[in-house]
Design a protein around this ligand. Structure first.
Ligand SMILES: Cc1cc2nc3c(=O)[nH]c(=O)nc-3n(C[C@H](O)[C@H](O)[C@H](O)COP(=O)(O)OP(=O)(O)OC[C@H]3O[C@@H](n4cnc5c(N)ncnc54)[C@H](O)[C@@H]3O)c2cc1C
Length: 538
């Protein structure tokens, strides 16, 4: 490559929902030369990597898709309320095919480093294939939940059976038939996987560190009349989800739960419970996010449901969350999760009452001084969320400053989309944006469109660099923290709070704006309308 002449106008890292739409916008809307690097062997991101039994989305399918291809919204038929991983992957493959995306995506290629070349105002990107490429713009579409977290269990290397993280199952899956299986973890992934594995395995042992509040998914076929009505009103649906709080067609109940009678709130709780999905979490009484007493009323309802469903009262007590308020961790959706613990072949080993995992042995796991033997161990131990995949890029900004160092005490961003000292770098659904606290396609599309508009503005006005000012970044960080500190979220040791990983500095990772994703969208649009307030353009 000749000095100063970039090999591409823009480089995108990742080919999930984010990278695919970013490529479409850069290439087909703006007419730019864009290159996408993707570590996986095809498109799909999350839906390529997560192939565990029971893997499916928890967002309703009619809004867990791209909204920019209006014709496809009419043509595509989802088989269920929450489609399984193979179906979502098929959908994303279809989008790639339909829009001829793959010709600009280099698969099986991991970006291992990138530095900003200040003399030419270009990003220089390096891959594990030993290649380098340059571009004016670098867009990280690396996902919020793509960096696998495998805790350093002592003795793992000695285990003689098979082991695997839920996001790294081989294609074709694992046959659990007649096997003694352990699942480590009880977060949203485990809650999907455990009932499925229990049906196949001879014995299933679940190792639980923190019990979660699970609410019913109520998956199934969607009534044809409802599918038809939604398709007829997609413009309305899109408008509502974009302006909503969480990117769903939900509104909070417009009354504090503390002002309700026991009968009234029981009716509302029953209604949301019967509706299934995230309704109980995201369309509940809003004060449950702020007030412990209000929260206890919602939590008690779920605790009663657990006690009613799980037959053995000792097991039920182990499954009841104790140390954190309801709604402050990612909501797992339950399809026979609690019922699974009534099966004779399923055992729960709870870190608090039975003792934590001490080590992995040649034959299995030792926990609380007791030895358990397994053929297969599945680690449902989640991800180094949000900051993990970005830090793994080994980015160097101005003056050679490394992102790892700049973020040593947690993320610092402006709007979750830009980082001071890292010009022309954009992070789709980056830390301190709504991202994982929303129906993500809504947040992804908003970021992609904002970034595309910004790049278009840059070329129209002949600007070369755009970067967040340190002051705007600091103010944004304070705003993110001030808002969340007014809620109950910091009371949980959740991955939202960076607390799932030993040594990760405690920081709230997403953005829980006072007006949700709708308000955040308006804020980003205002910034642009004010000539990119809070950014320096050169
Ligand atoms: C099991 C599971 C269930 C989920 N369910 C829901 C749901 O119901 N609703 C919802 O809104 N969200 C859900 N999510 C979140 C989900 O991640 C997003 O909805 C969405 O798929 C994110 O798309 P993305 O393109 O931003 O990121 P991803 O899909 O994570 O794609 C990022 C891609 O970047 C690639 N990449 C990362 N680093 C590099 C590198 N250095 N070099 C090259 N390539 C790289 C990865 O290989 C990956 O393919 C779920 C996540 C998981 C893990």
């Amino acid at each position: 490559m000749a000095a100063g002449i970039p090999t591409h106008d823009a480089i995108v890292i990742g080919a999930g929902f984010s990278g695919m739409y970013m490529l479409k916008a850069l290439r087909d809307k703006l007419g730019l030369r864009a290159r996408v690097y993707e570590a996986g062997e095809t498109v799909g991101g999350t839906w390529y990597w997560n192939r565990y039994p029971g893997a499916r989305c928890d967002s309703d399918s009619y809004i867990y898709c791209f909204t920019w291809d209006k014709q496809l919204l009419q043509e595509w038929e989802w088989s269920e309320r929450y489609p399984e991983q193979p179906e979502i992957l098929r959908y994303l493959e279809h989008v790639a095919e339909r829009h001829d995306l793959k010709r600009d995506i280099q698969f099986n290629t991991r970006v291992t480093g990138a530095e900003f070349d200040e003399s030419n105002n270009l990003w220089c990107v390096h891959t594990d294939k030993g290649e380098s490429a340059t571009a004016r713009y670098l867009i990280a579409a690396v996902g919020s939940l793509s960096d696998t977290n495998l805790p350093q269990f002592k003795g793992l290397e000695k285990f003689q059976g098979k082991w695997c993280h839920t996001s790294r199952l081989p294609s074709g899956g694992i046959d659990f038939t007649a096997k003694r299986v352990a699942v480590v973890g009880t977060g949203a992934t485990a809650v999907q996987a455990i009932p499925e594995i229990a049906q196949q395995a001879k014995e299933l042992t679940v190792f639980q560190r923190t019990p979660n509040y699970c609410v019913p998914a109520r998956n199934g076929k969607v009534a044809p009349q409802l599918v038809k009505a939604r398709k007829a009103d997609y413009d309305g649906v899109i408008k509502r989800i974009r302006e909503s709080f969480f990117g769903f067609e939900y509104d909070f109940i417009p009354k504090p739960v503390l002002e309700t009678t026991p009968e009234e709130r029981e009716r509302e709780f029953d209604r949301m419970w019967d509706e299934g999905g995230f309704a109980f979490w995201l369309a509940n009484y809003q004060d449950m996010f702020f007030n412990q007493e209000a929260n206890d009323l919602c939590a008690d309802y779920i605790k009663r449901k657990i006690r009613k469903t799980v037959k053995d009262p000792i097991v039920a007590e182990k499954l009841i969350p104790k140390g954190h308020p309801y709604g402050t961790k990612r909501q797992p959706l339950d399809s026979n999760y609690y019922e699974t613990f009534n099966k004779d072949n399923v055992l729960l080993v709870d870190a608090n009452t039975d003792g934590p995992i001490e080590e992995i042995t040649a034959k299995g796991i030792r926990a609380g001084g007791k030895k358990y033997e397994f053929d297969i161990i599945i680690f449902a131990t989640g991800f180094d969320a949000m900051t993990g995949p970005l830090k793994a890029l080994n980015l160097k900004g101005r003056d050679g400053r490394r992102l790892r160092e700049v973020w040593a005490d947690g993320p610092h961003t402006y709007l979750g989309i830009s980082i001071a000292g890292f010009p022309n770098l954009f992070t789709i659904t980056g830390p301190q944006s709504p991202s994982v606290l929303s129906n993500m396609p809504v947040s992804i599309e908003q970021h992609v469109e904002w970034i595309a508009d910004c790049i278009e503005m840059m070329s129209k006005t002949g600007k070369t660099t755009i970067e967040a000012t340190p002051k705007a970044q600091e103010q944004w960080g304070s705003h993110v923290n001030e808002i969340v500190n007014g809620t109950l979220m910091p009371r949980a040791n959740s991955w939202y709070m960076s607390a799932n990983i030993a040594g990760k500095p405690r920081a709230f990772l997403p953005y829980l704006g006072p007006e949700g994703v709708g308000g955040y969208r308006r804020k980003c649009d205002e910034v642009a309308a004010e000539g990119y307030a809070g950014f320096t353009l050169a």
